[in-house]
Design a protein around this ligand. Structure first.
Ligand SMILES: [Fe+2]
Length: 433
């Protein structure tokens, strides 16, 4: 509601970019999905407005077409979502959300949706994912600033003296999960992956690092780009991250942040770069993007116990000392922040701040089973999408964990995405030979 009450009705119904829906579409879509899954499917109730389903079905109408639909107006949408929420609370009081008594595949569909409150977790994540999308719409929106948030905590004293990279030892680890109650289908099932030893950046690549790539002519040198990346950088005329511009009078790069223009802060993780830019930067730096398995091993593997943690810091849910999540701050924290959120390998800020591009295509894990429907993940598997990990300052903790997988096209820049780089370790680095 905070993301929609701060602008007027015309602004809510406007499309701020062909990449995004009008904010009022996201608002009613959150309610419509909640009605569909919680009130009708899990609650077995008739629902409030089944006639709205087609308007708010993301697969029926691409984002660019949504402003032309006969959508609910802002007041109607607000009334609708609050009536749906009241029914949801009734359903929650009436159904049994106890853990399942038998393995998932043996359960009836409705039973499986309710076990451990999965369907409630699924919808909480869905709402928060749209909140992050709506925050991205705010970043694209023109006009005076309307969002306010406190600065993230200052970097700790040791941020300046951290090693530039950390060693992640080689060997097998457990990737994905079979027992995280609210994990989505694409995170399942857990399986063993052998990962060779590698070095990973301790912190995400910063604006300062990225400025060096720009200054070195990174955008004009085809050596650093894949063939598709080089074609894209020329066609789209890319020369810096999205929302950056060069102030020729002052001789500095500036960045637009939720309606305010400021000098680029060199100690902040870079954000709003596409996969092609991340990949080109890594090659220019003599490095590469980590694979998805490498990222997850760095974030979850505990060499002392041999098991995979839920989060880099352990199994406890994220607290404000661990990670920059949940739109509490409207920007990434300086590189090296959140020492209490460090992984066993020593890497920081794997969770929160910026989504991190990996080198991997979005693919099914061995033994994957689509649930509750194919359009959740299954239809997106393949070489068109690259995996992002870790969540951003705009993502809520309910929708971020060590196993959580995000995916997008390699050209996308409006998302809150940055990256860190990696390199192979030699056997002598590993201490195990
Ligand atoms: Fe959705």
């Amino acid at each position: 509601m905070a993301l929609t009450d701060c602008v007027d009705d015309a602004d809510l119904a406007a499309q701020h970019s062909p990449l995004m829906s009008p904010l009022v579409w996201d608002l009613a879509h959150i309610g419509n999905q909640e009605e569909l899954w919680l009130v009708r499917e899990a609650g077995g109730r008739p629902g409030l407005r089944p006639d709205l389903d087609h308007l708010y079905d993301a697969f029926q109408h691409p984002r660019a077409d949504r402003p032309a639909l006969p959508l609910l107006g802002p007041d109607q949408a607000r009334g609708y979502v609050s009536r749906v929420r009241a029914e949801t609370v009734d359903v929650l009081a009436a159904v049994d959300t106890a853990p399942a008594s038998s393995p998932a595949p043996e359960l009836e569909r409705a039973e499986r949706l309710l076990a451990d409150g999965f369907v409630f977790g699924m919808l909480a994540q869905h709402e928060q994912q749209h909140d992050e999308t709506m925050l991205a719409t705010h970043q694209l929106r023109r006009g005076p600033a309307v969002l306010e948030a406190p600065e993230p905590p200052a970097a700790p004293a040791d941020a300046a003296v951290l090693p530039s990279e950390v060693l992640v030892p080689g060997g097998p680890f457990t990737m994905g999960t079979s027992d995280e109650a609210w994990a989505l289908d694409n995170e399942r099932p857990h399986h063993t992956v052998d990962v060779a030893p590698f070095w990973l950046d301790t912190v995400p690549v910063t604006n300062g690092d990225y400025l060096a790539f720009i200054a070195a002519g990174g955008y004009t040198d085809p050596r650093w780009w894949t063939e598709a990346g080089w074609r894209h950088v020329q066609e789209a005329g890319l020369e810096a991250p999205l929302f950056w511009s060069y102030d020729t009078a002052a001789g500095v790069w500036t960045r637009r942040v939720f309606g305010r223009t400021e000098p680029v802060r060199t100690d902040e993780p870079v954000v709003h770069v596409c996969w092609y830019e991340a990949d080109a930067y890594a090659r220019w730096a003599g490095r590469r993007l980590p694979t998805e398995a490498e990222w997850e091993k760095a974030a979850r593997h505990d060499p002392a116990s041999g098991r995979s943690r839920r989060y880099p810091w352990g199994d406890a849910d994220p607290g404000p000392e661990h990670a920059n999540l949940g739109q509490k701050h409207l920007r990434p924290a300086p590189a090296g922040s959140y020492p209490a959120g460090a992984a066993p390998c020593g890497a920081r800020q794997l969770i929160g701040d910026v989504w991190e591009w990996t080198s991997s295509d979005f693919a099914a894990y061995p033994g994957f089973e689509a649930f509750p429907y194919k359009e959740y993940s299954d239809v997106f598997f393949g070489p068109d999408y690259k995996v992002l990990r870790g969540g951003s300052f705009g993502a809520d903790q309910v929708a971020v964990r060590g196993t959580f997988r995000n995916w997008d096209y390699p050209i996308r820049r409006q998302i809150f995405a940055g990256f860190r780089t990696a390199r192979d370790a030699s056997p002598s680095d590993d201490g195990r030979g």
